[in-house]
Design a protein around this ligand. Sequence first.
Ligand SMILES: C[S@@+](CC[C@H](N)C(=O)[O-])C[C@H]1O[C@@H](n2cnc3c(N)ncnc32)[C@H](O)[C@@H]1O
Length: 141
Amino acid sequence: MPGPFLELGLGNGRTYDHLREAAPDRDIFVFDRKVAAHPDCQPPPNYMIIGELSETLGGIASRLAGSAVLAHCDIGSGHPVADQALAREIGPKISGLMAEYGVVLSDQRFEVMDWQKCDLPEGVRAGRYYVYQKIPGIPPR
Ligand SMILES: C[S@@+](CC[C@H](N)C(=O)[O-])C[C@H]1O[C@@H](n2cnc3c(N)ncnc32)[C@H](O)[C@@H]1O
């Protein structure tokens, strides 16, 4: 499927580095409230969206709505209540950026109406990671 990838949570840039190595021809839009990764693991400035996810995901909707084929969310703070509140808030905003059949990989559990939970790859412990796919044919609310 053509379309950009989204990386939510640059952090040290470790998973961003994996994504760009695995998919060198993709546009990868990266979101974080700050840029703290080693310079070698930072995206080009026009692909780095700095700010609170609750604001930036909505702000970029006019450019990316319905287009992303993969979103990787690594946004955990270690505070489960706050992390789940964030997931509830941003789930629909991420969904608005996803293409039909697009896949969301996440360290957080999401409950988004137009996402279907998928099986984890063998060897991944339940609750450690989550995989969702955007169900086609459900118009945005
Ligand atoms: C666990 S780290 C990401 C690690 C990264 N994937 C790596 O491989 O190095 C989580 C990141 O999410 C960012 N983050 C968490 N909540 C956020 C929010 N509400 N808005 C923007 N960034 C947020 C943090 O600033 C942090 O850099």
